[in-house]
Design a protein around this ligand. Structure first.
Ligand SMILES: Cc1ncc(COP(=O)(O)O)c(C=O)c1O
Length: 463
């Protein structure tokens, strides 16, 4: 490996002052942080003057790329008019009202009310609280457990982190808390038994979900939460029959279906919502990220009528609806949410995603042939390439070797940013990317893959 350049003044100040999320902080002093200075279109530029294609839309969120003038103008206008107000205590703002109406209009199921949060984690935390509140209103005090899935990602607050099904979010964090169950991950490549077809795999997972519900007792289970395409767990696209197979089991046992659209929502899979692409019929939805194209923090819970009515009943008993975040419904976030949706519609961003999806799929399909790649997965403009030490046996690399992380560093050397998630490299480019830029992103990735292959060989990591 090349020796690393010494840290700049800014990079040293960073290391001494920030606690960086999802970073090997035990090594930060030697690797330093890449300090970003500005962005334009699909590119970001660091303080060392290097340009990168942002192949991850930051954190799956900057769907309109960087420096969109219409978004900037909308932000300035809102900041001048009303930089802050809230929606507590029967107060409101026009941007919050307008965004709630917009969300009701584009939602894939009937929505009664919209509850704003500041983040995806808060949206999912709120979902759990609402499921409890709902069952209390219905006089079902034991129906409180939430089913999530192995490899799910739903955020990091105490409850959202419990719903997340990844070891790093639980180990030494005293999570998951009680009342959370993790069902099977619908990843055929990794979890199918030898010779098991996708149809057999789906049927086994559906049976195992039914068994879990019956073992725990359906009257103890409030909800199941799922991302349509699983993101941070490694971009896992479930078999097409998966949601249609589990949906009736939930309905039969009166279990709410919480759809986590934090990554999938707003065009990423080629439809407004991932549930429409994956054949999932949610009771309620959590949204964030591309809701504002990441120009300001905002999350939202799309509340159906039956849960809303339960909120009304419980509030009558308590004298108030005892929930809310100071910045949930912040006028800046809401104004940018309204503007982002307007842009998605008038620039036909969904059409762009659909038009680019075959190119994206073709490039990832070709990458799957590489000796270091076990499987590639894609849906709309989100995808992943899973690295393996042995293609025939699917044997992964030893996690300590950090091969995917090394690949993402080589990608950076070639002028692009992609994220390693365990053994998988994720792709989630801004939805405004052109075909030429998309091909350039993959060309750079392929060069980095070649570097990784040489590095793996040199270090003898496949033995
Ligand atoms: C599917 C999903 N849900 C929830 C979250 C948590 O959102 P936040 O980081 O805004 O709390 C994320 C974040 O990546 C996510 O991918």
């Amino acid at each position: 490996m090349n020796s690393l350049p010494p840290l700049s003044n800014l990079e040293t100040r960073d290391v001494e002052s920030l606690l960086h999320p999802y970073t090997p902080i035990h090594r930060l002093r030697s690797i330093g942080a890449m300090v970003m200075e500005r962005g334009a279109g699909v590119h970001v530029y660091d303080t060392r003057g290097r340009a990168y294609i942002e192949g991850m839309s930051g954190l799956w969120c900057a769907g309109l790329g960087f420096g969109d003038e219409e978004m900037v103008e909308a932000a300035i206008e809102q900041m001048r008019t009303l930089p802050f107000y809230h929606v507590f205590g029967a107060k409101s703002t026009e941007p919050a009202i307008e965004l709630a109406e917009k969300l009701k209009e584009i939602a894939p199921m009937p929505v009664s009310r919209v509850l704003f949060t500041s983040s995806g984690s808060e949206a999912n935390d709120t979902q759990v609280k609402l499921a409890w509140y709902y069952n209390n209103a219905l006089g079902r005090p034991n129906k409180k457990k939430i089913i999530s899935r192995v490899k799910a990602y739903h955020g990091v607050t105490v409850m959202a982190g419990s719903l997340t099904g990844l070891p790093a979010n639980h180990l030494n964090w005293d999570l998951p808390v009680d009342r959370v169950l993790h069902a099977d991950c619908p990843h055929h490549y990794r979890y199918a038994k030898d010779g098991e077809t996708e149809v057999e795999f789906v049927s086994r997972l559906a049976n195992s979900l039914r068994e879990l519900i019956e073992r725990e007792g359906p009257d103890t289970i409030a909800a199941m939460i799922a991302e349509p395409v699983m993101g941070a767990g490694g971009v896992i696209v479930p078999p097409k029959d998966y949601f249609p197979a589990i949906q009736p089991i939930l309905e039969e046992h009166d279990i709410l279906f919480i759809d986590d659209e934090v990554i999938n929502g707003f065009g990423r899979t080629g439809n407004w919502w991932g549930c429409q692409t994956l054949g999932m019929k949610p009771t309620t939805i959590s949204a964030a990220k591309q809701l504002t194209a990441a120009y300001a923090p905002l999350g939202a819970v799309l509340v159906p009528e039956e849960i809303y009515q339960a909120c009304v009943d419980n509030s009558a008993a308590a004298g108030t609806f005892g929930h809310g975040f100071t910045y949930g419904g912040h006028p800046l976030g809401c104004a940018l949410g309204v503007k982002a949706i307007e842009i998605y519609q008038k620039r036909d961003i969904l059409g762009r995603v659909r038009a680019l999806a075959p190119v994206f799929a073709a490039r990832l399909t070709r990458i799957a042939e590489h000796p270091l790649v076990g499987e590639t997965r894609f849906c709309g403009l989100v995808g992943g390439a899973e690295l393996v030490a042995d293609k025939a046996t699917k044997r992964p690399f030893d996690p300590k070797q950090g091969v995917a992380a090394q690949l993402s560093r080589f990608v950076e050397n070639h002028g692009a940013i992609l994220r390693s998630l365990g053994d998988t490299i994720a792709f989630c480019p801004p939805m405004i990317i052109t075909e030429a830029e998309l091909n350039e992103l993959f060309d750079r990735f392929e060069r980095a893959l070649a570097d990784t292959e040489a590095w793996v060989h040199k270090e003898g990591l496949r033995a």
